[in-house]
Design a binder for this molecule. Structure first.
Ligand code: ARG
Length: 462
């Protein structure tokens, strides 16, 4: 028997019943469903649908259902087509006929999106907390690796020397933006749907502001049709999650490359690596590969929901039941991605000796061009002069920093004794003390700004 089968002359086909059933996944909403029902019972009491005694009775039994569920003492039955129907059935079984009043002036259409919004708010808070932990790990690394200079890459070709800490702080910076995307999604989610009914608004004059206050929503929806139809808050959430996943996949990729024998810049801790079933020597960076791989799933879940929504008229259609699994899946996986990355980062071994060996003198070519500019040569000319010098070094197989002054002066009269001052990685790095640059002072300023943000959770990191 179904709660809605009054007009039906025969039961659902068993296949239809299981096709329609969302309980296996939407039972994750039980806590929010019960919180929403408690707030609704209170609202109904204020408009006289429940007496205070009936309301207390119903609220007491609703809470008992949640306790029993948490203790593993709830048995669902095949006719429980979703968590909302299951809770209502259990309520009526426990509280008796008075439980049948609870759905007055409410629809599963406003109920389900209330539950989902409450749950999404919680998920977004949890993700933001984890992102902050990862930022903390990035700052920790930036502080302890402050003396390490690495070749910075463009096109995966050595470009200019940078502090490894500058690289770690880039992660802090982008994660600030990932967090602000999540915060914006949370703001879009923070609207109370209850009182919207099935489509037209509740037929009972419930105090929606009071319901919002009780459930912790900061705003009440302005239009009932919009509220039961819209899932843009979920799209925004999944887009924010996909963006965070894409961002972390790029750092994972770098560290995978850096941990190869060919680079050897870093070594992953054994606890965050795995071996091969066949090749005994292997130690694979599977943690990072999975972080990179999961970004595909996070993008997929966004596309999955966007595709469901595209072309869907107003207002509620059962298609919308497909909104929850992408949310749960992305939340669970992104949470793991962030946590694993935090551990990988904190346990990573930086192989300073290997990095130093790898620094190529050509990394200083831009500094040599800048040197000629300081002597008065226009930059384009300086670029050409150094370009020719580099060509000579390649041909002669001579390191850029070992070309004798006499030879340098064949390329430009402007070269003097002082050119050797350029031949230091520290000098190259520290000459970029501009705000946002890789100079030690600049990176220390970045770290200090980040620590202020982490300490107070306010401020802006651009
Ligand atoms: N299980 C449904 C969902 O997840 C609940 C809403 C059902 N509403 C309806 N009109 N059949 O969307």
């Amino acid at each position: 028997m179904k709660m809605w089968d009054g007009r039906f002359t025969k039961p659902s086909d068993a296949l239809m019943e299981s096709f329609n059933n969302s309980l296996p996944f939407d039972k994750a909403l039980i806590e929010e469903d019960i919180a929403g029902s408690v707030a609704w019972a209170n609202a109904l009491e204020r408009v006289g649908v429940f007496t205070p005694g009936e309301r207390d009775h119903v609220v007491g039994w609703l809470k008992s259902i949640l306790n029993d569920y948490n203790d593993g003492r709830i048995e669902f039955v095949p006719s429980d087509e979703d968590i909302h129907m299951a809770v209502e059935r259990l309520l009526v079984e426990r509280a008796g006929a008075v439980g049948e009043k609870l759905h007055t002036g409410r629809s599963r259409n406003d109920q389900v999106v209330t539950d989902t919004r409450l749950h999404t708010k919680k998920i977004l808070t949890d993700i933001a907390v984890s992102l902050t932990e990862l930022q903390r790990a990035a700052v920790e690394r930036a502080k302890s690796d402050l003396h390490v200079i690495i070749p910075g890459f463009t096109h995966l070709q050595q470009a200019q020397p940078v502090l490894l800490s500058h690289y770690w702080m880039s992660m802090f910076a982008v994660l600030e933006r990932e967090k602000s995307r999540a915060a914006h999604a949370a703001e879009s989610t923070d609207i109370l749907p209850l009182g919207s009914g099935a489509i037209a608004g509740s037929g009972f004059p419930v105090d929606r502001d009071a319901i919002a206050a009780e459930l912790g929503f900061s705003r009440v929806s302005a239009n009932s049709m919009d509220m039961v139809a819209s899932r843009d808050f979920l799209l925004e959430t999944l887009a924010a999650f996909a963006s965070a996943g894409i961002c972390l996949s790029r750092y994972a990729e770098d560290l995978i490359v850096w941990s190869s024998k060919e680079f050897g810049f870093v070594e992953l801790d054994d606890a965050w690596s795995t071996g091969s079933s066949m090749m005994p020597q292997k130690k694979n960076p599977d943690s990072l590969e999975l972080i990179r791989g999961k970004s595909g799933r996070l993008i997929g879940n966004y596309v999955r929901l966007a595709t469901t929504l595209k072309g869907l008229g107003l207002t509620y259609f059962k298609d919308l039941q497909e909104d929850k699994e992408p949310l749960f899946d992305s939340a669970r996986n992104l949470q793991m991605v962030i946590k694993v990355f935090t551990h990988v980062l904190l346990t990573l071994k930086v192989r300073e000796d290997r990095i130093r060996q790898d620094l190529d003198p050509f990394l200083l070519a831009t500094d040599m061009a800048d040197y000629l500019v300081r002597k008065g040569m226009p930059f384009r000319q300086a670029h050409r002069v150094i370009g020719r010098l580099v060509g000579y070094c390649v041909e002669a197989d001579a390191p850029l920093t070992e070309v004798p002054l006499a030879k340098l002066r064949e390329f430009s009269e402007m070269f003097g004794d002082d050119v050797t001052k350029l031949y230091s990685w520290e000098q190259a790095v520290n000459s970029r003390a501009v705000k946002g640059g890789t100079g030690r002072e600049s990176v220390i300023a970045q770290i200090e700004a980040a620590e202020r943000i982490l300490a107070s959770e306010v401020g802006q990191y651009v």
